[in-house]
Design a binder for this molecule. Structure first.
Ligand code: NAG
Ligand code: NAG
Ligand code: NAG
Ligand code: NAG
Ligand code: NAG
Ligand code: NAG
Ligand code: NAG
Ligand code: NAG
Ligand code: NAG
Ligand code: NAG
Ligand code: NAG
Ligand code: NAG
Length: 440
């Protein structure tokens, strides 16, 4: 009888020891913060920390959740004295949107039960400690919107449970580790707005659950890997504003779930692949400011969900394919600053949702189709610097939402129709550099 009783007393005192250590560590951390933070944590008194603001415990009285988000300028101080070794059961550490600064301590690797780590929107600096990659249970890691520097640890591939990685809006440099391809459960990875360089790893193909890959505003170079075609669940791909070169791989057409693709602001060359016609869910398509050539594939007409198509600032030639008339949801069609030619197809009049139609600085010729009057949602019509001839059709008076009409530097003639004067929303009218006659 005596022996088991003794051992249960030993267990009880051990179980009590851990939570007491937790309270002590938390109070030490509180004391290290500035006065205002200490006021915000005024409920942190005594030793029953499970009742303190932001803290949740399990039945044994161990802290499982430390959640103090959105105090904005509230919590100010470092994590230096927050000895993570004291929190063996912590699953959720959420200190997002405060004024914490200094390094992320390497002893964070002691939080072996951690599932959810959110330190975003603070002022943390220094490197990402490689010990963070010991957190095998981690499903979400957000370090976004800090001042973190250095490279992403190669050991990142060990975060085998991770589904969400947000490292965006920091000052990270160096390459994207190839080991990222080992993260089979990864659905969202946002590395945007850093200074990452090197190429996009081919091993990205193994991220078969990925829905969002966001690498915009970095210094990535090399081609878009052909292996990207394996990402059948991908919905958003944002590689905009990098230094990518090479062709757009035809395999992009295999991304059947794609809703959003931005590869604008790179140095991509070659044609727009015909396979894009397979992207039936695509709504937003940004390819502007590259070095793309060849013609716009007629398969573009199969993108029945398309709302925005921005191809401006490339070297595209040939005509606007008449299939474009199929895109009845299109609101924004930007084709300016290319070398497109031929006449503006009458099918454009079928784009009933069109609000912006920019065709400036191309080689378009022929006359303005009178069907333009059917585009009743049109707000901006920017067609300057082409070779358009003939008259401005009177049907233009139908465009009651038109606010900007720019037809300068063409070869238009005849008199300016009085309907132009009746456009109630018009605030910008530029017609210079044509051969108009008569009075306004
Ligand atoms: C913070 O509080 C301590 C003790 O209450 C006080 O001595 C100190 O002046 C305060 N500091 C500021 C910046 O208010
Ligand atoms: C952690 O605490 C916060 C705030 O008290 C709560 O909203 C959240 O659901 C908790 N999370 C877990 C995993 O217990
Ligand atoms: C930060 O917290 C404030 C106040 O709770 C909130 O208004 C703001 O949206 C939060 N910012 C972010 C980025 O979460
Ligand atoms: C972050 O640090 C900078 C420079 O020390 C400071 O100007 C800024 O106010 C800080 N931001 C926050 C949210 O604490
Ligand atoms: C990144 O570093 C540059 C200087 O190298 C600095 O001007 C900039 O403010 C830093 N950005 C962030 C988000 O820390
Ligand atoms: C990936 O997620 C699934 C479902 O959430 C889970 O069952 C599995 O254990 C995870 N894999 C790893 C390596 O964590
Ligand atoms: C980007 O990379 C190029 C070379 O590829 C280099 O010259 C440039 O300084 C880099 N820019 C930044 C912001 O790191
Ligand atoms: C596009 O779809 C067609 C048939 O719908 C198929 O033959 C072709 O291989 C697909 N292309 C790509 C790149 O998936
Ligand atoms: C127009 O759209 C339909 C349905 O999305 C598609 O089947 C057809 O091939 C398209 N026509 C052209 C000319 O692209
Ligand atoms: C554009 O048109 C001009 C005049 O017709 C012609 O000289 C030029 O070669 C054309 N450029 C292209 C790229 O079609
Ligand atoms: C002008 O708008 C009416 C409907 O308001 C439409 O029936 C007509 O076809 C339009 N006229 C032209 C020339 O587009
Ligand atoms: C048990 C455990 O993981 N302890 C580690 C806590 O963190 C320090 C600093 O990273 C390590 O030295 C310990 O081994």
């Amino acid at each position: 009888m005596l022996v088991p009783l003794q051992s249960s007393i030993v267990f009880a005192s051990l179980a009590a020891a851990a939570p007491a250590k937790e309270a002590e560590t938390l109070l030490k951390w509180k004391a290290s913060l500035d006065n205002k933070s200490q006021t915000l944590l005024s409920s942190w008194l005594g030793d029953s920390h499970c009742n303190w603001v932001g803290i949740t415990c399990d039945e044994a009285g161990s802290m499982t959740n430390l959640s103090l988000p959105n105090y904005v300028e509230g919590l100010r101080g470092t994590l230096h004295s927050l000895n993570f070794f004291s929190f063996p059961k912590l699953m959720n550490l959420e200190l997002r949107n405060n004024s914490l600064y200094g390094p992320i301590p390497s002893h964070i690797g002691n939080l072996s039960k951690l599932i959810f780590l959110d330190l975003s929107y603070n002022n943390f600096s220094g490197n990402i400690p490689s010990e963070i990659c010991l957190l095998k249970s981690l499903e979400l890691i957000s370090l976004s919107n800090n001042r973190i520097t250095g490279s992403i640890p190669q050991e990142i591939g060990r975060l085998s449970s991770v589904s969400y990685i947000f490292f965006n809006d920091n000052n990270l440099s160096g390459p994207i580790p190839t080991s990222i391809g080992s993260l089979h459960n990864l659905t969202t990875v946002d590395l945007s707005r850093n200074k990452l360089s090197g190429s996009i790893p081919q091993k990205i193909r193994r991220l078969s659950l990925a829905t969002n890959i966001l690498f915009r505003d970095n210094n990535l170079s090399g081609p878009i890997p052909t292996s990207i075609g394996s990402l059948h669940n991908l919905m958003r791909l944002d590689l905009g504003n990098n230094r990518l070169t090479g062709h757009i791989p035809g395999e992009v057409g295999m991304l059947r779930s794609l809703n959003y693709i931005d590869i604008a602001g790179n140095y991509l060359t070659g044609n727009i692949p015909e396979s894009i016609g397979n992207l039936s869910k695509l709504e937003l398509f940004y390819l502007y400011d590259n070095k793309l050539s060849g013609s716009i594939p007629s398969e573009i007409g199969q993108l029945g969900s398309l709302i925005v198509l921005q191809l401006l600032g490339n070297y595209l030639t040939g005509v606007i394919p008449p299939s474009i008339g199929n895109l009845t949801k299109l609101s924004n069609l930007l084709l300016s600053q290319n070398m497109l030619s031929g006449s503006i197809p009458r099918e454009v009049a079928m784009l009933k949702s069109l609000s912006v139609l920019a065709l400036a600085e191309n080689n378009f010729s022929g006359s303005i189709p009178s069907e333009i009057g059917q585009l009743e949602s049109l707000s901006i019509l920017q067609w300057s610097d082409n070779y358009l001839t003939g008259v401005i059709p009177a049907s233009i008076g139908n465009l009651t939402k038109l606010s900007k009409l720019v037809l300068s530097q063409n070869k238009l003639s005849g008199s300016i129709p009085q309907e132009v004067g009746m456009l109630k929303s018009l605030s910008v009218l530029v017609l210079a550099g044509n051969n108009f006659s008569g009075s306004i």
